[in-house]
Design a protein around this ligand. Structure first.
Ligand code: CP
Length: 399
């Protein structure tokens, strides 16, 4: 019975199908799976019918771009224990995580958004820096997958009493977490913690280094927005993306440059001279200091927050001056492609890097879609990285 439930969950996951839809298609009985989980009797003939449905289903489905892609078998599709940065991922590994998120997008749009796939596992979200979107979406993701989720806030932890990062990591490890999600103000902190613990570590943003799940959710949001317009979005070849703002301090920019380029996009980076890293050309992105020039014909405009908490000294004359030169207004947006999409990872400084009437444009802004995709992508990352712990077939020997 537990085996069958696991088979159904994995079937639904592979095929982007909710359990309600599964019940409807397999037995014309929408609440079937939910009732089964709550003790409904299962006859042998019904189990056989369900297995036959699952075996035959694939043969009758049209190949979908998101599921037809071929990946290396088992854990070779994603041979990493941790998710520390996009820089460590191959293009096909990025696509794998995006494709694995598709069923969770579907599940999250159902009235019942729960599976027991990670039941019995413990996930610790250790956030040493403030967060709304990332912390909440990792928490929701873990809970929707059925895991026990614990949040550790640095402000109320023993970090305040002087405990070192390494001692904190060793403490979390001793509690036998099955995955640890870390946000930290220091670049490289997640790498350090990963080297001290036995379970997968997911980087939820480390200093000015990387924010890999942000770049993945941005790619997923872009994919969905392009598909909703009937545009091919299997990858982003031919797409020009302008990223504007505080490039110097931005882990979001770094992860996005790597992710978007891996998926084929041309990336332009725009910032005032003081907020543009020296030698940025070496990453293959085109640097601009003139926002208007960087917008010319762009298909996507991604605005970044001014990270005043990382600035020591004066990087810009004033917020008003910054808005004048680098704020995205309706007028400025006209220089981009006629239907250019607008993105922002949040939190936004409305009236500084982006005007409210641009951020809230229903047909152009995909900022809330980015937030929606954040839950799905984090569910995918947690599900994939815990396959070894759960003994999923083909993943026993994973990294
Ligand atoms: N985009 C992002 O990382 O937002 P939070 O800081 O709210 O998590």
């Amino acid at each position: 019975m537990q085996d069958l439930l696991l088979e159904i969950e994995q079937f639904c996951l592979r095929n982007g199908m909710s359990e309600t839809r599964f019940g409807e298609l397999a037995l014309n009985d929408k609440p079937f799976v939910s009732q089964l989980k709550h003790g409904r009797d299962l006859r042998g003939s019904t189990a056989a019918r369900l297995r036959q449905f699952m075996a035959e289903y694939g043969a009758h489905q049209p190949a979908d771009a998101a599921t037809a892609r071929e990946y290396p078998a088992g854990s070779l599709a994603f041979p990493h224990r941790d998710l520390l940065g996009i820089s460590q991922l191959e293009r096909h590994e990025i696509l794998y995580l995006l494709d694995q998120a598709e069923p969770w997008v579907e599940l999250n749009r159902q009235s019942t958004k729960h599976t027991d796939l990670l039941s019995g596992l413990t996930i610790i979200n250790a956030f040493f820096e403030n967060s709304t979107r990332t912390l909440l979406s990792f928490e929701i993701a873990g809970k929707r997958l059925g895991a026990d989720v614990v949040n550790m806030h640095a402000a109320t932890s023993s970090v305040k009493k002087g405990e070192t990062l390494i001692d904190t990591a060793i403490t979390l490890n001793a509690m036998r977490a099955d995955a640890i999600v870390i946000r930290h103000a220091s670049s490289g902190a997640t790498q350090l913690i990963a080297s001290k613990v036995d379970c997968p570590v997911l980087n939820a943003g480390d200093g000015q280094h990387e924010h890999p799940t942000q770049a993945l959710l941005d790619a997923l949001a872009l994919r969905h927005a392009l598909r909703a317009r009937g545009q091919a979005a299997d990858d982003f070849t031919g797409l020009t993306v302008t990223i504007c703002g505080d490039i110097l301090h931005s882990r979001v920019a770094r992860s996005n440059v790597l992710c978007l380029q891996a998926l084929g996009a041309t990336v332009r980076l725009c910032a005032p001279p003081a907020l543009m890293p020296v030698g940025i050309e070496q990453v293959g992105a085109q640097p601009f200091h003139d926002f208007d020039a960087s917008l010319d014909g762009a298909d996507v405009v991604m605005m970044l927050r001014l990270q005043t908490e990382r600035m020591s000294g004066q990087f810009i004359p004033s917020a008003r001056e910054y808005h004048h030169l680098y704020g995205l207004t309706q007028k400025r947006l006209k220089q981009a492609a006629p239907d250019a999409l607008v993105m922002h990872p949040g939190p936004m400084n409305r009236g500084v890097e982006i005007d409210s009437d641009v951020a809230d444009m229903l047909d152009r802004s995909i900022i809330t879609r980015q937030v929606e995709m954040g839950v799905a992508i984090r569910m995918a990352c947690l599900e994939v990285l815990t396959r070894r712990a759960r003994g999923v077939a083909g993943w026993e020997g994973a990294a």
